[in-house]
Design a binder for this molecule. Structure first.
Ligand SMILES: [Zn+2]
Length: 87
């Protein structure tokens, strides 16, 4: 009798665990759909002062801030400039 109780408790725990896992899997998809509207937002390349669509721009986090670039050359230039300046 005790064994049956233990098994049923385990099944309930397992059910809640699975439900929580499915929820965490599903939630990022909803976030993606909500953010899809600004995929063609223009971002500024600080090296050549050109606006590039965020979808095609190269992004890199430098100094705790996310920067966007039109090309890898601009990214390299910015990184060189950033590392050259003393903090
Ligand atoms: Zn550029």
């Amino acid at each position: 009798m005790y064994r049956l109780l233990l098994v049923s408790t385990l099944l309930i725990v397992l059910y809640f665990l699975l439900r929580q896992i499915f929820r965490t899997i599903r939630s990022p998809q909803i976030d993606e759909q909500g953010a899809s509207g600004d995929h063609d937002q223009m971002v500024l390349d600080q090296v050549c002062q050109t606006f590039v669509p965020r979808r095609t721009a190269l992004s890199k986090e430098i100094g705790g801030q996310l920067h966007y670039f039109c090309s890898s050359a601009c990214m390299a230039t910015f990184e060189k400039r950033h590392s050259a300046t003393p903090t």
